[in-house]
Structures are given as structure tokens and as C-alpha cells.
Design a binder for this molecule. Structure first.
Ligand code: SF4
Length: 225
């Protein structure tokens, strides 16, 4: 199977009944400001450079971001901030991610989510995550050059650890999330924790442009070792 074929099968997936219902409900009801737009309302796939050393992973598409635009971290406030930072760090060709045809290019980086459909309250069930990990596993198999997995937020970080626990005996090891923390993963990759680029984290001052850019630059440095 090619990555394109994998992505096509992700887009058609309807395995998690609760999530299929939710993603389609949001696409039908819409947010007032996007009422005239046609929402994507399907699973979203990863995006970026398939030869990348840096893999960035979020938990799931946002209800009116990826679930609306059809591209990961596209069209919401989190992506506005994220791409300002990625651009400053030299990882993207532009400081915004607005819609699928906006010319965005990721440089030596790939962006995806652990779960491909938006979950209610941003809280997937363990069963839903487990079902969708199959796709994440396939993606990792295609992204052969990845050395660094940068988890955007604690939930993505924990999802990533749980994903590895499925295949490796790492049950007794504690992986505690914090911004900038790094752990060696059992397959030789490095996992880096990063605060989620959410408006709440920005507005409370937990993160700012400098903190994020510094961490992205650190991740790039590690990937070159
Ligand atoms: S979350 Fe993943 S496994 Fe579940 S329906 Fe969406 S794409 Fe399919």
C-alpha cells in the first residue's frame, strides 16, 4: 500500500460509530461564522514532507478547524499560533494555515494526529484510540526517516506513549509530560513534550512565541544528531 492509498482508506473510515456521528453532526450544524462553508466532516490525514525527520503529533482534528477544512491544524486559533511559531523556526514556508489550497509547505516535518476524527469534548475513549492507532502505526511505517516525535499537548503525548506500550514492554517506565521534556522511545526515536498551541495556553502566558520557537529549534537540532 502507498501512503496515498493509506490516506484514502483513512478518509473512508467509519469504524468508530460515536465519532462518525459526531464529526458529521458538527459538519451539518456548523459554527455561525462558517455557516456558508461546506465542512469536511470526515477523518483527516497527516500532512507534510514524507522524508521528514521531525514528526509533530496532535491528539485529533479540531471541530471547526481540521474537521471543517480537511487538513490537520488548519483554520482555527491553535493553528494560527502554531504556524507563526513553525514559520519563525524555519519549519514552514508561511506563518499561517488557513485552508487546503493556501500553499503551505512543511520543511523536513510531517504533522498528524493520533486520532483521525474529532472526538466530543476532545476526549476519545481508549477503545477509539486503540482502533485508530492502526492508521498511526501505518503512517510511522511510511515515515522512515523520523527521528523526533514532538507531541503537541499532554493528551497527544500520553496517546503516543500508549501507542508504544502496545508494541513494546515499557509498562514500568513513567513518562511524565512537560514542555521540553525528552524521552528515548524503544524504537530509537526521541519523544519531545510540547505545550499545545491552544488559545488558552497562549492567553494564560503558559506559552509564547519564543518558548515554542526555542523548542522547535531544539527538536531540529536533536534530529540532526
Ligand atoms: S477515529 Fe480513526 S478508526 Fe475511528 S472512525 Fe475515525 S479514522 Fe476510523
Amino acid at each position: 500500500m502507498t501512503l496515498t492509498k493509506l490516506n484514502n482508506s483513512i478518509i473512508k473510515c467509519k469504524q468508530c460509530k460515536r465519532l462518525v456521528y459526531f464529526r458529521e453532526k458538527i459538519a451539518k450544524e456548523k459554527r455561525r461564522q462558517y455557516i456558508k462553508e461546506k465542512y469536511w466532516g470526515k477523518p483527516i490525514t497527516g500532512y507534510g514532507d514524507v522524508k521528514a525527520k521531525l514528526l509533530m503529533i496532535g491528539l485529533a482534528p479540531a471541530a471547526h478547524g481540521g474537521n471543517r477544512t480537511g487538513r490537520v491544524f488548519t483554520g482555527d486559533q491553535s493553528s494560527d499560533f502554531l504556524f507563526k511559531c513553525l514559520y519563525e523556526a524555519g519549519i514552514s514556508n508561511q506563518p499561517s494555515s488557513i485552508h487546503k489550497n493556501d500553499g503551505l509547505i512543511l520543511k523536513n516535518a510531517y504533522l498528524t494526529t493520533a486520532l483521525k476524527c474529532v472526538p466530543p469534548g476532545d476526549k476519545p475513549t481508549p477503545e477509539e484510540l486503540k482502533t485508530c492507532f492502526y492508521f498511526f502505526q501505518q503512517e510511522i511505517n511510511y515515515l522512515k526517516n523520523v527521528k523526533i516525535i514532538l507531541a503537541l499537548g499532554k493528551i497527544a503525548f500520553d496517546a503516543c506513549i500508549n501507542f508504544y506500550r502496545q508494541d513494546y514492554e515499557i509498562k514500568n517506565k513513567n513518562y511524565i509530560f512537560s514542555h521540553g521534556i525528552t524521552y528515548e522511545l524503544p524504537d530509537g526515536k526521541t519523544l519531545v513534550g510540547c505545550y499545545h498551541p491552544s488559545p488558552r495556553n497562549v492567553n494564560t502566558g503558559r506559552i509564547d512565541l519564543n518558548k515554542m520557537v526555542n523548542l522547535f529549534k531544539k527538536a531540529i537540532k536533536i534530529s540532526k544528531r
